[in-house]
Ligand binder design. Structure first.
Ligand code: HEM
Length: 438
């Protein structure tokens, strides 16, 4: 009823933004190409934009200082109760990515040791091994689908480093289930009535199939660990110890939710970054040659390449929050209960911070800069920053260095590939590469 009254009253406007008519006419673009829409909003209305929707009051925050206020300085005034995270929770339950408050704090404490600096450094060997075995699979002259190869490799890395398990046999099915589930989550967010009225749909069916696949993987991982206990303190061990998993009993909900969270958050994001990295290298031969010829510096160059790729194609292109109390951003009042929309894609293209923002220049990341510190957030900012940040950067650098030393990729079609902004950024067309052994 209150929602209905708010609709009738219309939105209370506290910041500049498009008129309702423009918004209605843009619905197709918002669905198909939300990144262009957000860039357009910033160009036309400035760094704080209010959308003319009555409830919740919805703001797009494009200014890096405002984004830092929401995620760092005044982070207590915001939580993750947004449609984006409710949608993801259909897949991950109340895992680390989607929970808030005490539940989040307790959950983070349990798994944090698995991501300490030394623990991540200990992943080096497994990551190198996964990259080397990918190279061994590819024969000279093979044409590979880069995205599925990167998915397979990053899932193998999550399996060995976090769960002490070899997931290579089920990698294709699990990766497919992850992508299918993420697409279904977005699809359902765009058509909320399907869920609200329990209307059977293709995306609902896909989500259920993917959940079955992921839940089976969880049961197998836990059963395998119970049958072969290990002294190595990996993430699976930490979770099982914290929640008391016993043979013959159902896997506790908390353990299931966290394992699915880490399978989903830990491999598709890295694979997206690596896929865009190969695409950019194949279409920028000068940069590709610098990586090939980097000699002893190959890991330093590879890391700079990966960081620049995450600037141009941040896999997590959308970060949302709900305001718990009123705040002021860019001099405008933000009421409590508002939806805050932020996009690393947009912040990373702000020419104030990033000269020639559309250009692929890994050299930007060879030195420290204010831009890197203040306007670079592929992993978010603040206390909810990605727990896998250091691991992901290590994976990116080792994978690019190892693969570029062993093989050379040539684009099968040298063209500009657009992107699909699903839960992560994916190429709109398959990125195919021909393999030459070096
Ligand atoms: C290039 C790769 C990755 C990118 C771009 C990325 C991006 C992000 C971002 C932006 C957030 C914060 C979301 C927010 O504030 O709303 C996040 C959180 C998270 N990420 Fe990542 N991530 C990556 C890799 C990983 C890996 C490798 C793992 C685990 C193995 C992981 C697990 C998580 C988890 C569990 C959270 C929630 C943390 C919390 O709230 O305590 N991510 N990630």
């Amino acid at each position: 009823m209150s929602t209905l009254r708010a609709y009738a009253r219309g939105p209370v406007l506290t910041a500049p933004g498009p008129r309702s008519g423009v918004m209605l006419r843009s619905i197709g673009t918002i669905r198909k190409d939300p990144l262009s829409f957000l860039m357009q909003m910033q160009r036309e209305h400035g760094s704080l934009v209010q959308f003319p929707v009555p409830t919740p009051a919805s703001y797009f925050v494009a200014d890096a200082a405002d984004v830092r206020r929401v995620l760092i300085e005044n982070a207590r005034a915001y939580d993750k109760h947004t449609m984006q995270y409710r949608g993801l929770a259909a897949l991950t339950g109340e895992g680390l990515l989607t929970s808030d408050g005490e539940k989040w704090r307790d959950a983070r404490r349990v798994v944090q040791p698995a991501f300490h600096h030394e623990a991540v450094a200990g992943m080096r060997e497994s990551i190198t091994h996964a990259a080397e075995s990918a190279c061994e699979r590819w024969l000279h002259g093979d044409v590979i689908d880069v995205e599925s190869e990167m998915m397979r490799m990053s899932l193998q890395i999550v399996g060995t480093t976090l769960f002490g398990a070899d997931l290579s046999a089920e990698a294709a099915d699990l990766s497919h289930a992850t992508l299918q589930a993420l697409d279904a989550v977005v699809n359902r967010a765009q058509r909320p009535w399907l869920n609200a009225f329990h209307i059977p749909s293709r995306s609902g069916r896909h989500l259920r199939q993917a959940l079955t696949e992921l839940d089976t993987a969880v049961v197998n991982l836990v059963a395998h660990r119970l049958s072969q206990p290990t002294a190595a303190p990996d993430m699976l061990g930490m979770l099982m110890a914290a929640h008391g998993v016993e043979p013959g009993q159902r896997v506790p909900r908390e353990v299931r939710d966290e394992i699915v969270t880490f399978i989903v958050a830990g491999h598709e994001t890295v694979a997206s970054g690596l896929t865009w990295a190969w695409h950019l290298l194949m279409t920028h031969q000068d940069q590709y040659s610098l990586l090939h010829d980097a000699g002893d510096d190959v890991h330093v160059v590879a890391r700079a390449v990966f960081e620049e790729v995450l600037r141009l194609y941040p896999p997590a292109w959308l970060i949302t929050r709900r305001s718990l109390q009123s705040d002021v951003l860019s001099g405008c009042d933000i009421p409590a209960d508002a939806l805050i929309i932020m996009s690393p894609w947009v912040v990373h293209r702000d020419p104030h911070w990033w000269p020639q923002p559309e250009k692929f220049v890994p050299q930007r990341f060879l030195e420290s800069s204010d831009a890197r510190r203040l306007a670079y957030l592929p992993f978010g900012f603040g206390q909810r920053m990605c727990i896998g940040r250091e691991m992901a950067l290590l994976e990116g650098a080792i994978a690019l260095a190892t693969i570029s030393q062993r093989v050379k990729f040539t684009a099968v079609e040298n063209r500009n590939v657009g992107q699909i902004a699903s839960v992560t950024l994916r190429p709109a067309a398959p990125i195919k590469a021909q393999v030459q052994r070096r």
